[in-house]
Design a protein around this ligand. Structure first.
Ligand SMILES: NC(=O)c1ccc[n+]([C@@H]2O[C@H](COP(=O)([O-])OP(=O)(O)OC[C@H]3O[C@@H](n4cnc5c(N)ncnc54)[C@H](O)[C@@H]3O)[C@@H](O)[C@H]2O)c1
Length: 313
């Protein structure tokens, strides 16, 4: 990391130091993104073991980040809080039951941290990320711009990498965001795709490859990794670290993240500028009519689910 990527006076808390939380901590320590990293988990023996293991990483590279155990309340007083608390799917559990369990974990995590320091920025990573971001935002008492979710950041990074491999160019010469609700209904914004600043159709003839194949590879890669090893910690861990750096160093860079959309009264991913106050602004995009209709359909479904859950709380 470069000096402009770190903020030595900042404190970050990670709530839920399972596989994803620990990978995020590892990436944050390697990058010395903040001066102090507070780890929180309901399993306190587990949390303390993660503190000892990750402290060794900090010592081994002379990191500017120190690691310690903390409570939920202390987490709510940090500059930034990353929520990776969740539960794994159990055999026999339906999707609805699993979602309800994660909603109830998110409620208890957010309630245990309130009142938050008013300038805290909260990054929600736990799934289903758009639903849980919408719920955390409502319960936190923070301004809407200060609570956002990782959303489709990993999906966008992944499809950009896959397309870069095909085009034999660097990944950062590709613009191809994945937008909407993370998961089955996310939308790849092909109509906006560019390679080296030129529309994708100028680079690749339309029949050069099947776009649906690339989308499916990107969408289903997490499932295949989870089937084989139980979690997808590393990709997301490194994205969490770079999002924290964008916020704490007030970088004002653009990323597709899940944030509040007033038209739908819930959170989902559109590109946004990130800075010290969280979401600084949404970037307006002109999508084609199919892409827009697909996002609108799934956003309305999410809004109905959020309203149903809020009515039953
Ligand atoms: N948004 C994405 O792209 C994406 C990608 C991968 C994983 N995830 C999500 O990240 C979350 C974590 O995944 P994981 O593989 O690390 O799971 P994990 O089971 O390994 O870790 C979850 C941790 O949360 C802790 N926890 C549970 N309730 C808590 C509470 N109330 N307070 C504090 N800690 C609590 C558990 O003790 C556990 O250590 C899951 O919801 C997963 O679906 C999201």
């Amino acid at each position: 990391m470069l000096p402009g990527d770190t903020n030595p006076t900042a404190r970050i808390a990670i709530v839920g130091v399972g596989q994803v939380g620990a990978a995020a901590a590892y990436a944050l320590i390697l990058g010395s993104v903040a001066g102090e990293l507070l780890l929180v988990d309901v399993k306190t023996d587990w949390r303390d073991a993660q503190v000892r293991d990750l402290s060794d990483v900090a010592y081994s590279i002379n990191s500017g980040t120190r690691v310690r155990a903390a409570t939920h309340h202390e987490a709510g007083q940090c500059d930034m809080v990353v929520i990776t608390a969740g539960s794994k799917w159990s055999i026999g559990e339906t999707n609805v039951q699993h979602t309800q369990r994660n909603v109830s974990i998110m409620r208890s995590v957010v309630r245990a941290m309130t009142p938050f320091r008013p300038d805290t920025v909260v990054l929600v990573v736990s799934n289903p990320v758009d639903l849980l971001t919408s719920i955390a935002q409502e319960l936190s008492g923070l301004s809407k711009s200060r609570v956002f979710g990782s959303g489709t950041s990993l999906d966008s990074m992944r499809i950009r990498g896959l397309l870069a491999d095909k085009a034999k160019v660097a990944a950062d010469s590709i613009h191809l965001p994945v937008l909407g609700i993370h998961g089955d209904f996310q939308v790849v914004a092909w109509s906006t795709a560019t390679i080296n600043g030129e529309p994708i159709d100028k680079f690749f003839p339309r029949d050069a490859f099947k776009r649906a194949d690339l989308e499916n590879e990107s969408k289903h890669r997490s499932e295949s990794v989870i089937c084989a090893k139980g979690a997808t910690p590393f990709g997301l861990g490194s994205i969490v670290s770079s999002i924290c750096s964008s916020v704490l160093c007030d970088k004002r860079d653009a990323r597709p993240v899940s944030h509040f959309q007033s038209e739908f009264n819930c959170c989902f991913s559109l590109p946004a500028i990130l800075g010290r106050e969280g979401i600084m602004r949404t970037i307006e995009m002109t999508l084609d009519s199919d892409e827009q209709a697909s996002i609108t359909r799934s956003a309305k479904r999410l809004r109905d689910t959020v309203e149903r859950i809020q009515a039953n709380q």
